[in-house]
Design a protein around this ligand. Structure first.
Ligand SMILES: [Zn+2]
Length: 412
């Protein structure tokens, strides 16, 4: 009798937490002994399915169940966590995929090869470089020179830490060969935000990951005595920053479609109580799923900043800190994911992902990709308070399984 057992997934998540967590939360930081313990534990769970294990050049852990065709359906996740992390982020993806793999293996030879990948170092918790394994496999890793110089908090260099786990940074990009036969990539993840909970829905389909524009904006006025400078004679840099911060709400609302804008910091100088602010350095983060609308948000914010600078008799300067294009997921898989969720949970919701995920790297590599989100309680993640109702976890395993079945049919 073929059977999917989502209850087993929940039990295994608890077992993993017991094995690799403590009273502060999950401690499976990549490139540590605890992480290796989790990987060994995973191997023992998967061996009985008959899937074969391989570690690629970037440290990614692959389990392959051969199918009638060498073309492969990929199920992915990451077993690494942040320090003091939650019990679901990343490992739900992996353990739900294990359950799906078991079900498929029980049914005999699948039409496509099915491969489960446990990506190495999604979180970047030790060296500050997220999506390590997936970006190597996708071929988008281009910062190897910089990675060579990275050190952890104890001064250990990244290449040395990797070598202890059998990974040679110079060869990491050879992991690309593992994606050659991939026809589709599926990933389940906790939402890590409040949207599904606010809609009272267990599951949603992810449309893609946000594009991001990060800028430093500097307003420059004139420092002047707080007592002797009349209000109408001031060139107050903070006034420009304050007006822009409030205008961001309008800009995000006007563009819509899930747009978010955040002024994450403002540093004022001289920053004393007896002076008008001379410079206000602002950090702006803007995100959207659509590249055109993201560009529009950026130009709206620039225009507003110039308008406010003019009104306040101050100057403004923009400098880009970092940006990434939106990464849309595959239309056909989005449809299949939505069907799967409707069949399992009644109704579905489409939403973008604010955080990047390994799935974004798979999509960047040109593999048709989709993600499922399951509700997060209170929207919390990267803390031991991270949680999801057990019944929702179980529904999420059913939904991933249904989606895998549909993908095997659609891509065979
Ligand atoms: Zn994650």
């Amino acid at each position: 009798m073929v059977s999917l057992s989502p209850e087993r997934t929940v039990a295994e998540l608890r077992e993993l937490q017991e094995l690799t967590g403590d009273e502060h939360g999950a401690q499976r930081v990549a490139w540590t002994e605890t992480w290796e313990r989790a990987r060994r534990w995973l191997r023992e769970k998967i061996v009985p399915t008959g899937a074969e294990e391989e570690i690629d050049e970037a440290g990614n852990q692959w389990f392959t169940l051969p199918g009638a065709s060498e073309r492969a359906l990929l199920l992915g996740g990451h077993i690494d966590s942040v320090p003091n992390g939650g019990w679901l982020d990343g490992c739900l993806n992996v353990l739900a995929a294990v359950e799906v793999l078991r079900r498929i293996a029980e049914e005999g030879t699948p039409p496509l090869t099915v491969r489960l990948v446990n990506w190495a170092d999604e979180e970047g918790a030790r060296f500050g470089r997220s999506l390590f394994g997936s970006s190597a496999a996708a071929g988008s890793m281009s910062d190897q020179e910089e990675l060579r110089e990275r050190r952890d908090a104890d001064g250990i260099a990244l290449p040395d830490a990797l070598r202890e786990h059998g990974v040679d940074l110079d060869r990491a990009l050879e992991a690309r060969s593992r994606l050659e036969n991939a026809v589709a990539y599926l990933e389940l993840h906790i939402e890590q935000g409040p949207v599904l909970e606010s809609l009272d829905l267990p599951l949603g389909v992810v449309l893609g990951t946000f594009g991001v524009e990060r800028h430093q904006i500097t307003f420059r006025g004139q420092a002047a005595h707080a007592g002797s400078t009349p209000m109408d004679k001031r060139r107050d840099a903070l006034a420009g920053a304050a007006k822009l911060e409030l205008e961001l709400r309008e800009i995000a609302e006007r563009v819509g479609g899930g747009a978010v804008c955040t002024m994450g910091g403002v540093v004022t100088k001289p920053g004393i109580v007896t002076s008008v602010v001379e410079t206000a350095e602002c950090l702006l983060d803007q995100r959207h799923l659509d590249a055109v609308q993201l560009a529009e948000m950026l130009s709206n914010a620039e225009a507003a900043s110039r308008r406010f600078a003019h009104e306040e008799g101050i100057e403004v300067e923009w400098e880009r800190i970092w940006s990434i294009e939106p990464i849309p997921f595959d239309e056909r898989l989005i449809e299949l994911a939505e069907e799967s969720i409707r069949e399992i949970a009644g109704s579905s919701h489409r939403l973008p992902s604010g955080p990047l995920h390994d799935a974004a790297e798979a999509a960047r590599a040109g593999i048709p990709t989709v993600m499922l989100f399951v509700q997060s309680l209170r929207g919390l993640s990267h803390t031991k308070l991270e949680d999801t109702k057990e019944e929702h976890l179980e529904l999420s395993v059913h939904a991933l399984d249904r989606l895998a079945t549909k993908a095997l049919e659609a891509f065979a």
